[in-house]
Design a protein around this ligand. Sequence first.
Ligand SMILES: Cc1cc2nc3c(=O)[nH]c(=O)nc-3n(C[C@H](O)[C@H](O)[C@H](O)COP(=O)(O)OP(=O)(O)OC[C@H]3O[C@@H](n4cnc5c(N)ncnc54)[C@H](O)[C@@H]3O)c2cc1C
Length: 372
Amino acid sequence: MALLEKGAYPRNKVCGGCLSQKSIRFLDRVFSLPVTALRKEGLLDSAGTGYALYIGSSRILAGDLQEPFYFTRRERYDTHLSRRAAEAGAEVYEGVEVTAIDHATRTIATSDGDRYAARVIIGADGIHSRVRHSLPAGVVDPERWGRNLGWALELRIPREEAEARADRDGAIRLDAGLATPHLVLTACPWGYGWVFPNQEAIIVGIGGLLQKNGKGLPDRFRAFLKNLGLSAFLDQKPVGYPLPFGNYIPSPAHEGTVLVGDAAGFASPILGEGIFYAHRTAELAAHAVDRHLTSGAPLTGTYTTLLNRRLIPELQAEMALRDFVYRCLDARMHIPLAAFMKATNTRVIDAVQGLRSFRGFRRDDELHTAVW
Ligand SMILES: Cc1cc2nc3c(=O)[nH]c(=O)nc-3n(C[C@H](O)[C@H](O)[C@H](O)COP(=O)(O)OP(=O)(O)OC[C@H]3O[C@@H](n4cnc5c(N)ncnc54)[C@H](O)[C@@H]3O)c2cc1C
């Protein structure tokens, strides 16, 4: 197996690095990396044991979490996983960009002039996926993709600077010690703002549906900084990057090619959390590839069936909740929405953490069980 990566590890990825319990459980089950091992490997930067949720400048929910949200640094995390792939037998080629894919002959051309022939191609090449763009019309519905594509802006502020230069003019008071993950629902339409703690920095970001925000996101990011009392950082340019926000492709496959992760638009439609979904779709795709190569099972059909059984119903339920929340915000129904959130709070947190399903908030292991 060859893994072609256009960058070189350690390479960074614009990302808050938040690992919900969904990801933590996956890392333990699939890579035998429980929290103790993640710490030992230097893959956990910090942990958020509490949370604060805002609508506008009103803190509507806050408290301790039963299980923390952990935060990783992607340059370390992704480097570790590529090393694990190499240890498992993959030939890892860095600095090799895929430039063209010929599906008829199942060959790949790369930036260094080489060609690779493969029985199966897995497009794990992120939101701008060249593999996705090479697929025939009909695999991707461009209208659905565009309607649910998100965009995010993020700024990393060194902790010491944030502490020294924060003012008291913001409507939102960040907790002392800047240790609590903050989520602010009205930071932008159909999206939210976040402040995530890292050991040496805080990560401030906003992200939401591109179609609802147009070119307004930079202004909203500046307003968000002011609201947080971080006007001192208005002159700093955040990094922008697209992210999936519900634009997953229901059947992301064609003949011998499958897409996983951001390439196929898999991420939480409420939060844009994508690390777990990249892992889980990769696991389902690996199973489909294995069955295809060992027993001739059709690749597209097996992968699509697995996605429809193990992941897509959950994403559909999460989309329904997302649409309800943002329609309430559009209608300025802040008070009833806050009441709804207070009533469902622990169950929604459990669902985000993967301890319950978004389908009726029942206990459900469908997201986590291995595929045999
Ligand atoms: C601002 C922001 C904050 C986020 N915060 C979080 C968070 O806190 N928690 C969370 O879970 N998710 C978060 N996400 C989402 C998360 O970053 C992605 O969902 C996740 O990285 C998807 O993983 P992936 O492997 O599919 O794609 P990527 O991580 O994008 O990896 C794709 C890889 O393919 C390589 N590549 C691309 N094109 C080629 C090519 N032609 N040839 C060879 N190699 C190629 C790239 O170099 C890259 O290494 C955030 C996203 C954004 C934008």
